[in-house]
Design a protein around this ligand. Sequence first.
Ligand SMILES: NC(=O)C1=CN([C@@H]2O[C@H](COP(=O)(O)OP(=O)(O)OC[C@H]3O[C@@H](n4cnc5c(N)ncnc54)[C@H](OP(=O)(O)O)[C@@H]3O)[C@@H](O)[C@H]2O)C=CC1
Ligand SMILES: O=C(O)[C@@H]1CCC=N1
Length: 269
Amino acid sequence: MSTIAVLGAGKIGEALLSGLLHSGRPASELCFTERHPERAAELTRRYGVESVSVGDAAKRADVLVVAVKPQDIEPLLAELAPLIGPDSLVVSLCAGLPTALYERRLPEGTPVVRVMPNTPMLVNEAMSAVSAGRYATPEHVRTVAAVLSSVGKVVEVPESQQDAVTALSGSGPAYFFYLVEAMIDAGILLGLPRAVAEQLIVQSAVGAAKMLADSDEHPVILRENVTSPAGTTINAIRELEKHGVRAALLAAIEAARDRSVELGRAHED
Ligand SMILES: NC(=O)C1=CN([C@@H]2O[C@H](COP(=O)(O)OP(=O)(O)OC[C@H]3O[C@@H](n4cnc5c(N)ncnc54)[C@H](OP(=O)(O)O)[C@@H]3O)[C@@H](O)[C@H]2O)C=CC1
Ligand SMILES: O=C(O)[C@@H]1CCC=N1
């Protein structure tokens, strides 16, 4: 079993640690680095995983998972470059950052796999997309996919699609949370107690997600099955169309894709 080091245990780094532990990986096969000692101590207390220096992470781990904000990548790669061993596999979770950036900054030939995961890793329901860098072999990709499949589903995509993936499934959970939040507000508007509105919407979301995952029906059919002739749902759909919700989603996801491209461009030499 490989040892995995998470470099930058913030939101997604913690989700990965938590998901891997939850899937049965022992804490002794994990470690992480963090900038803030209080945050590091809190994570060790919560998960029993050791906080280490970047140097120790590079020595101890076969898989180095970079999970810092794209804006923080340069100092981390500068620190990592002289420490990295010939057998290290680098995995980037960072939005927008191309594998070529890592390949330029790290020793020649370092294998890099770019991944776009999402936070449902916390409940072993992540959607992760993986792409091989120039020096990553199919075996490297299989290693990374095996780790990620213990915390959710994995798909391999060409790296050219990663900005779109980032906008769709990387950020995707936020759109669903936003929708749920707005629907709970609607319940409040209609006079329901908040706790009741929350329960109604969260369980409806869980049920709808399960139907989407388990049935062979297209989402359009699932929606049509709810929409009775001259009933309530069609009145709501008319308002959604009138307010351009579909167009808003297309524009929103396009804007997220554009930001991912921009984050990568910020590191062009
Ligand atoms: N959140 C998400 O849903 C997803 C995030 N990602 C990607 O994951 C990366 C992290 O995102 P997210 O977890 O949201 O961000 P966070 O800011 O929550 O996590 C990054 C963590 O890394 C720390 N850090 C920064 N530099 C270093 C360093 N040199 N050594 C050790 N720790 C360091 C940060 O400290 P400090 O607090 O001081 O900044 C922070 O705690 C991003 O690149 C993002 O694009 C990908 C998919 C989903
Ligand atoms: O918002 C972000 O930039 C990160 C990447 C995908 C999800 N969260």
